[in-house]
Write a protein that binds this ligand. Sequence first.
Ligand code: FAD
Length: 420
Amino acid sequence: MTPTDRLNIITEDAMCIGCGLCQSVTGRDVVRVEIVETGYERPVVHGALDHATVDRLMELCPGTHVEGLPERERTPATKTDLIWGDYLTMTLAHAADPEVRHRGATGGVLTALGMYLIDTGEVDFILQAKASSRVPTFGDAALSHSSAEVLEAAGSRYGPTAPLVEVMAQLDKGRPFAFVGKPCDIAALRNLARVDERVDRLVKYMLTPVCGGFMPPQGMARFLRDELHIDPDQVTGFRYRGYGCPGLTRVEMADGTVHERRYTDFWGTDESMWMLPFRCKVCPDGIGEAADIAASDTWPGGSPDPRTEDDDPGTNAMVIRSARGADLVDRAIAAGYLTLTGPVDPRYMDSVQPHQRAKKLAVGSRHAGLRDAGKTVPRTERLRLDALTEALGPEEAARQRAGTRERVRIGKATEPTPKV
Ligand SMILES: Cc1cc2nc3c(=O)[nH]c(=O)nc-3n(C[C@H](O)[C@H](O)[C@H](O)COP(=O)(O)OP(=O)(O)OC[C@H]3O[C@@H](n4cnc5c(N)ncnc54)[C@H](O)[C@@H]3O)c2cc1C
């Protein structure tokens, strides 16, 4: 098998999440993350790739390797919950500034923390994601050097987003920065930290939204055509949420018209209606176990109530995992950037994230199903998959395993060889 064939398997087995790290590591002359026929961004090999580089990418890629919180970030006070992993505290919070709270996806805590880090000069910039200037429904990597730029990037991008596509160039600068990305992006950066000491030296904080996955390009096309009856090629701007919690999904068109729908119109009213990339259905860590802080929504039952979703100012739950995360939160409160509204615990998190709890319990069995079918399975460490499978119980574990085998059989876990 050639090195290119080996790399392509990650995409062909639907394990690529499109984070962009492979391009950054090899350089875009060798591997380029591009839009392929499925509409996703996938690594396409353009130059000479050798087996040693592919070996390294297999270690770095969050489609093949995902770990929990690094051992060195644990303290004697660290607690471990079977579902929610390592943490120091869990708390409800929102940005203290009403404008930041309003524009943020939920309560704006990730934006408020980023603004604090920039305003104090603790970091030079935030590497994060913002609305894409190339494809309006996508996210693009963004470097925010001012708190106004951090605020500009607020909101969740539920489309393909590759925040790590130039991370090596950011590390080359030798300047301190913070990273905000999805749990899979954080996993990739933690993988990189094991082979590149600059990550731990320069990336002062890793912050993440708790993540259930994003809308596949196919689902987006369906939403635009069947729900809004518009031509996807005429879309010039797409805001998924923010400006309230969750705020309206807003689509801007080339002719100046604007279409708005509720979050629940976009996603549906419960989890069974969500369309997701296959990798997200077998994600071993949607809850940001390796981040310093993970921030989530707090809707009872996991979805906003369509009757009240227009009036919610937004409150996050924060899972504070590392001592550096806890210290950052304390300082951001003291400086007036963040407001805490009360402690919560893992069982509260279960109640507002039932889909995360269900996936966490099922993921080990889903991986077993992938293994049965001879597919790529992400190697995991410190994510408790065996204990979670045991807690799921043998009957449900067998059902999940068989269900995954069946999904593989009908082609859900297969993507075409990436090419443009
Ligand atoms: C794909 C996706 C799935 C999610 N699924 C869940 C879920 O299942 N349960 C839940 O409780 N919450 C989920 N969220 C998180 C939720 O939408 C909020 O992002 C979270 O509560 C933080 O809110 P906030 O107000 O602090 O965010 P903000 O202050 O608005 O900050 C959001 C930050 O996330 C970054 N960002 C946005 N989109 C992306 C992206 N695609 N890739 C990388 N970085 C990005 C932005 O740059 C910004 O820094 C998801 C978010 C995303 C992006």
